[in-house]
Write a protein that binds this ligand. Structure first.
Ligand code: GUN
Ligand code: ZN
Length: 504
């Protein structure tokens, strides 16, 4: 097995160090796709953008006699004139696109070994999304047969096991389980290119999660065909470590300018909204006319985004990066919303403490930290008189109408109640939330108030709330367990007096 050491984690994402026969690389990373027929940007040139590893297509080399002979004689690194680690794909994608691959699994795997590939890939069958279940199952059986064969044939080179199963999450889970049982150096999630092309990011999230949950956590996972930076934060957050990009070249060919938030037609640009070396030194006109220059910009922004993702892992604010990026595009927002459905799962992997929690909209209400907080409300031992207040006021409030409280809890959306003693603590005390709170955050906060009340039935609670919470239906629920008081804030001195709550 390739050695893979995980150095930093956030959500299910990680920064890792992967040893390959051509040296170690840091993940997450993007492998630019090198087409040995074109090589307009040379393989070695990829280093300047930040590439640490490349991917090329063994089938394209195999099919062309001169390339094949040169690769067998001197190796793939000599053919591409580059000493970086090189992963070789098998031609599965050509099989999918053109249906006329004239090579077998054994043949292409032996070829990949003979040219010194740093990661070989078997000839898996990419089943398209929304295929018929029978087809997805048949394809998967054949893919699994080829995986077993690959495991026998490839002994001395690292080998990738590919997960397929179309859009059936059960099949994806089964596929992942079965490849994991065979044991590979890298696991690759395949068959998602059409989902990426159609921006079906919610389905993509389901597929990544179903696969990841059944793959070993200590192995690198490659998401085949995901080369657009707009998907990196989400995919890395869900545990993908390796990406390949043909996008930089394909988009340039289609006169498209990649940004971390999407793609622009280069003809629509009057300014270059980027500070990369290309955009700082070429004119808009030059960019419009030269495909290679445009491809170079696309590479710069691709690697820039991955560095931003990595810094977010170190700072442990990857969720916030996902939120910011996913606001750029409705389809990405679908992806983010889908990710929130897996918060409970992500919570199990997510580190316990991180930088202050920033509330950036409804999706923040469903963050793993919030779920974790709720599940830990039973850790408070309470007795006597307890005040729960939505008003962040000084400790003096512990005396209301001459009543002393043994415990005082503030309410901070979306977490809910927390004891004043945790005012400086992560996550709830330090959480930065906007003055205007949205309905999701309020509801979750009040659900957690209710939970605390239900967990401490013998305790006397007073719940004090301000006008921002007026009319919330859960206040009526809270009334079943607590004495509820509405507070009037006096503008001048921030004083709190109790309003005559006629409902008490
Ligand atoms: N490239 C893009 N998608 C795939 C896939 O599903 N399998 C392989 N082997 N390569 C790919
Ligand atoms: Zn640029």
């Amino acid at each position: 097995m390739l050695e893979f050491e995980i150095r930093h984690k956030d959500l299910m994402g990680r920064i890792g160090k992967l040893q390959t026969p051509h040296g170690s690389i840091e993940t997450p990373t993007i492998m630019p796709v090198i087409n040995p027929n074109l090589m307009s940007i040379g393989a070695e040139d990829m280093k300047q953008y930040g590439a640490e590893m490349l991917i090329t297509n063994a089938y394209i080399i195999y099919r062309k006699r001169d390339l094949r002979e040169a690769a067998v004689k001197n190796g793939i690194h000599s053919l591409l004139r580059c000493e970086m680690p090189i992963m070789t794909d098998s031609g599965s994608y050509q099989l999918y696109e053109y249906k006329d691959v004239e090579v077998g699994n054994r043949e292409i795997l032996e070829f990949q070994q003979s040219i010194g590939s740093d990661v070989c890939v078997p000839l898996d069958i990419p089943t398209p999304p929304y295929a018929k279940i029978e087809k997805a199952k048949d394809d998967l059986e054949e893919t699994m047969r080829r995986m077993r064969e690959a495991r026998r044939i490839v002994q001395n080179n690292p080998l990738a096991g590919v997960v397929q199963g179309s859009t059936f999450v059960d099949l994806r889970a089964e596929s992942a389980k079965r490849v994991a049982a065979l044991g590979f150096d890298v696991y690759a999630i395949g068959g998602v290119v059409p989902l990426l092309a159609s921006y079906t990011f919610d389905k993509l999230v389901d597929i990544i999660v179903a696969s990841k949950m059944n793959l070993p956590l200590n192995a690198p996972v490659h998401l085949f065909g995901a080369g657009h930076p707009m998907i990196f934060p989400l995919a890395v957050a869900l545990g993908c470590d390796l990406f390949d990009s043909a996008a930089y070249a394909l988009y340039a060919k289609g006169k498209r300018y990649i940004t971390s938030e999407g793609t622009r037609k280069v003809e629509d640009l009057q300014y270059l909204p980027c500070a990369c070396p290309v955009c700082s030194s070429y004119s808009v006109k030059e960019l419009k006319e030269d495909v290679d220059v445009l491809a170079a910009h696309n590479l710069w922004v691709t690697y820039e985004e991955m560095r931003i993702v990595k810094q977010s892992i170190v700072e442990r604010n990857l969720w916030e990066l996902c939120e910011r990026r996913c606001r750029a595009y409705p389809a990405l927002l679908n992806g983010l919303k889908q990710m929130t459905k897996y918060s409970a799962l992500i919570e199990r992997y997510d580190p316990g403490t991180k930088h202050p929690f920033f509330y950036l909209g409804e999706s923040s209400a469903y963050r793993p930290e919030v779920l974790r907080y709720s599940s830990r409300l039973d850790r408070f031992t309470l007795s006597g008189n307890v005040l729960i207040t939505t008003i962040p006021i000084s400790q003096e409030i512990s005396v209301i109408e001459n009543e002393r409280f043994d415990h005082v809890f503030f309410v901070k959306p979306p977490f809910g109640p927390y004891p004043v003693e945790l005012e400086e603590s992560y996550p709830v005390g330090q959480a930065e939330i906007p003055a205007e709170i949205d309905a999701e955050a309020k509801t979750i906060a009040l659900q957690n108030v209710l939970k605390l009340l239900e967990l401490n039935k013998g305790v006397r609670f007073v719940f004090l709330y301000d006008h921002k919470w007026d009319g919330h239906p859960l206040i009526e629920e809270i009334r079943k367990y607590a004495e509820v008081k509405a507070a009037l804030l006096q503008k001048s001195e921030n004083l709190v007096t109790l309003g005559a709550d006629e409902r008490v």
